[in-house]
Each structure stands twice: as structure tokens, then as C-alpha cells.
Design a protein around this ligand. Structure first.
Ligand SMILES: [Zn+2]
Length: 258
């Protein structure tokens, strides 16, 4: 059996650890210490490191992990990733040695210029590791990309199967849902999700993974093409929005100042 465990880091990051038997892979290890502690406690060997993008809170722990465990480092071809051994782009496959884990790479630029996601079936469930591009009920800031790039990237993630589990890089869900409900006050699914997320956080539990179906129903950034969401974006911007990308850009600007 393969399972996926969140390892919290810093204020609100998740590093995702995939384990099977005595082996494990880790996605976006910004901090080595909690990963090393978990591996030692559970008697696991690190079989691979996967990075989605170059930000230090996602890759800062790589070299300290390699000092203890020699492992391949998968990362985006178009970004600088410490000790990367496998430079990946759209359509490439990342196979974790000794584990039944093979993930297909999607190019999803916008948050950073070379950001990638890893998609595959893990223990029977379609799963995507999407870093800081798609969040539960939100999306990443546009540090290096354009709204058109981010909209295309979110659309690609949105086209994954409805039951795909979404493993993203931060616990931002409650703040994102507050914004989602500002955009769509009458969205009952978002309202219900807020209550569920609130209950999870009060128990100290992650709100992740979500599913692509949940994101379709509640994430304003995946809903920017809908007439009602476009109207809300235009109302807030104080000008008409002429396209899905403009609607997305207006929502992203609104959220930046929210
Ligand atoms: Zn980032």
C-alpha cells in the first residue's frame, strides 16, 4: 500500500511524503529536519525528491536530505533546483526507484516561470502535486508569469479527472474561502466547505487534499469563466472584463488586495 502524508513546515507549508514499504519520496522539502525526523521515526529510506518550483520554502531542504540519503532529485527543467538530477518538462515521467509511483509532468507556469506539477495514480487514486499554482479554493500569486499563463495552467489542472486528489503547498484554505465567498456570497458549496475546513483546522488537521471536483464547485479562480463570477470580477474592478483571462486577472488583483 502506498500512502501520502503531510509533513508541516514553517508557518503554513506542507511537504508531501509518499511512502510504500520501507521507502519514501518527498515533494517540495523546504525544510529537511521534519522530513529526516519522520524517516528516522518510521524506519524509512528516502528514494526520491520531487520539486515543483524553485522557491526556497519548497527546495531549501534538498541538500541536507541528500547529505543523509543519496536520491534522485526531480525538478522543473526551466528553473534552478539544488542538486537536480532529472530536468523535467510537459509529458515527462518521474518514476520513483523501488516504489510503484510514476508521475506525469505538467508545465504549469504563472506562479514561477517554470513551475511543474506531478500527476499520477497513487494507491488507486488520481493525485496531483501542484505546488503553489492551484490551492484549495485559491491559486498562487503571479510572481513570474502572466495572467494568461496562469489561467492556462489552472485550466490544465481543472481538466484532470474530477476525483483527482489535490496536494498543494500551503494551508491557505480558510483565507481562500473567505475570498471565494466575497466573490460568490451565494455559493452554497463554498459555504459548506468553509464550515468543514473550519472544523478541521480547529482540530489541528489539514484541509488537504481537496479534489478537482471540489475546486470546480468552490474555487473562484477555476470559475472565472462563469457569467456570474465574471460579473462579480467586473463589478469589483469597475470596468467590463472582456475575456476569461481578464476575469481571472481581475479576480487575482482583487485577492491581492483582499
Ligand atoms: Zn512558491
Amino acid at each position: 500500500m502506498t500512502s501520502i502524508i503531510p509533513i508541516p513546515a514553517f508557518a503554513d507549508n506542507y511537504m508531501w511524503l509518499v511512502r510504500n514499504g520501507t521507502r519514501a519520496a518527498v515533494v517540495d522539502p523546504g525544510d529537511a529536519r521534519p522530513v529526516l525526523d519522520y524517516l528516522a521515526r518510521e524506519g524509512l529510506t528516502l528514494a526520491a525528491i520531487l520539486a515543483t518550483h524553485h522557491h526556497n520554502d519548497h527546495v531549501g531542504g534538498i541538500d541536507a536530505l541528500l547529505a543523509r540519503y543519496p536520491a534522485p532529485v526531480f525538478g522543473p527543467a526551466r528553473e534552478s533546483i539544488p542538486s537536480r538530477t532529472h530536468a523535467l518538462a510537459q509529458g515527462d515521467i518521474a518514476t520513483v526507484p523501488g516504489m510503484p509511483v510514476s508521475l506525469r509532468v505538467l508545465d504549469i507556469p504563472g506562479h514561477t516561470a517554470g513551475h511543474i506539477a506531478y500527476f499520477g495514480t497513487i494507491d488507486g487514486a488520481p493525485s496531483v502535486f501542484c505546488g503553489d499554482t492551484l490551492f484549495a479554493a485559491g491559486c498562487g500569486r503571479l510572481f513570474e508569469g502572466t495572467p494568461a499563463q496562469m489561467w492556462a495552467s489552472l485550466s490544465a489542472l481543472s481538466a484532470l479527472p474530477d476525483n483527482t486528489r489535490v496536494y498543494c503547498g500551503h494551508e491557505y484554505t480558510l483565507a481562500n474561502l473567505r475570498f471565494a465567498l466575497a466573490v460568490e456570497p451565494d455559493n452554497a458549496a463554498a459555504r459548506e466547505r468553509q464550515a468543514q475546513a473550519q472544523a478541521l483546522r480547529e482540530r489541528g488537521e489539514p484541509t488537504l487534499p481537496s479534489t478537482i471536483a471540489q475546486e470546480h464547485a468552490t474555487n473562484p479562480f477555476l470559475r472565472a469563466h462563469r457569467a456570474d463570477v465574471r460579473a462579480a470580477a467586473a463589478r469589483h474592478a469597475g470596468r467590463p472584463v472582456a475575456s476569461d483571462v481578464e476575469s481571472f486577472a481581475a479576480l487575482r488583483a482583487w485577492k491581492n488586495a483582499f
